[in-house]
Design a protein around this ligand. Structure first.
Ligand code: SF4
Length: 420
């Protein structure tokens, strides 16, 4: 490996980290940090914006310890057989970079991932050491997100949670077959065992802190994972079902969906094109439907087409409503919270405000219009004191009447997930 100075390494290793969505990057318009103007630029030199577990938007230094790797995952630009420029930080370099950026207020924390150097254990040791030095030697109080390596010794993975606010373990692909084909050195069972251990470490720590307030915190931001979308042939139905199962079995805080990005000199087993970014967005919306709107995975699956794919031109909540029109119209003055949450165009905030306002007065269409971005979208699905949609939900052209114009679709491609 050629000798590089820290700035050159930062350029390479921040750029290599851009493919990892699981620090909840809030969707900078391009996933390329090389063109940035350096520290302080939101798109330069590895500084990304992310949502902390408490919902705050924070800036993180997002880097790899190294982009060298002894594994050969087909979809990964850093795989062993890839012809990319390699670099590697020392533990001390990452610690100093983080401290320097933090002291200058460029960042509020660190997101650290890595290719596998020598062995999974060796790599995990180095990553834990970065976090340990930051916390124990430098009393670093900023946010730390560590990507952990499922093959590493469970004790090392455990240690990651002692220093990090959040840990994550990538499931990588939605199906076992996809993982075997595209990441032959990875194993679903080992990945899930590591997630199960982390779940139980977090639960044990919560119990300990109930008894002893002085017990050290363990990964207080919980654990998350990432799935690559569009590198294999798993459809949206399979992805949504897998995500729900991961949330339920491992108490994940978040599942992140990352649209597969074609890489230079791709392996022949990969698709040539990236999936539409809108697909990633629709998956985030369906994720929100399950987490905040009471949808079961089978209901989201019911909104997919005959190939198991969510429509790209309308959001999954509207797709579900158009398929299950017999569930509407919903009377905003009488319906339960669960029924109101099903109405396309009504978000959780709007539903909350409907529920509190109707305690004092009967709601009219204008009242609902003030709570929503598009009353046109809501109107066919609700009844108010002065509005009843006469056979509107029976119209064959209902979708055309309320769907956003196709030209507007790109506007939503990079936005954060919203389900309403
Ligand atoms: S182990 Fe990680 S860095 Fe290495 S090839 Fe696979 S995805 Fe890439």
């Amino acid at each position: 490996m050629a000798r590089l100075d820290t700035r050159e390494k930062l350029s390479i290793l921040a750029d290599a980290a851009k493919y990892d969505a699981s620090c909840a990057s809030s969707g900078s318009s391009k996933r390329d940090s090389r063109g940035g103007t350096g520290v302080g630029s939101t798109e330069g030199m590895g500084i990304c914006h992310a949502y902390a577990p408490d919902g705050r938007c924070i800036s993180l230094l997002k880097i790899l310890l190294t982009n060298s790797c002894i594994f050969d995952c087909h979809y990964c630009i850093n795989r062993k057989s890839s012809n990319v420029r390699r670099a590697r930080f020392t533990v001390e370099e990452v610690v100093q970079l983080t401290l320097n950026f933090y002291k200058r207020n460029y960042i509020e924390g660190l997101f650290l991932s890595s290719g596998i150097i020598k062995s999974s254990n060796y790599t995990m040791e180095q990553m834990v050491e970065v976090a340990r030095q930051l916390r124990d030697v430098h009393d670093f109080r900023g946010y730390i997100h560590l990507k952990t390596i499922p093959d590493a010794d469970p004790e090392l993975v455990h240690q990651a949670g002692l220093y990090a606010d959040r840990v994550s373990i990538n499931v990588e692909l939605p199906t076992r077959q996809g993982l075997t084909r595209l990441a032959p050195e990875k194993d679903e069972k080992r990945i899930e065992t590591a997630m199960r251990n982390t779940k139980s470490d977090i639960a044990d720590n919560k119990d300990a802190r109930k008894k002893y307030r002085s017990a050290p915190r363990y990964a207080p931001g919980g654990q998350s994972t990432q799935m690559i979308v569009g590198a294999d042939d798993a459809n949206d139905g399979a992805i949504v079902t897998k995500a729900r199962s991961l949330y339920d079995r491992f108490s994940l805080r978040r599942v992140y969906y990352s649209a597969f990005s074609p890489i230079p000199e791709p392996s022949a087993v990969l698709p040539l094109k990236r999936p539409p970014l809108m697909r990633e967005h629709r998956l985030y919306q369906s994720d929100w439907l399950m987490r905040f709107y009471g949808f079961k995975p089978q209901e989201v699956v019911a909104a997919t087409d005959e190939k198991g794919m969510l429509p790209l031109d309308i959001d999954p909540k509207l797709a579900w409503a158009l398929k299950f029109r017999e569930s509407f119209p919903v009377d905003v003055n009488r319906a339960t919270k669960e029924e109101l949450l099903r109405v396309p165009g009504l978000g959780t905030k709007a539903v909350g405000r409907i529920l509190s306002s109707r305690r004092f007065r009967t709601l009219r269409l204008d009242d609902v219009a003030r709570l929503t971005v598009s009353v046109k979208k809501v109107r066919p699905f609700i009844i108010t004191s002065d509005w009843r949609p006469t056979l509107l939900t029976d119209r064959a052209d209902l979708k055309a009447l309320i769907a956003p114009p196709a030209a507007q679709l790109d506007l939503f491609a990079h936005h954060g997930p919203k389900a309403a």
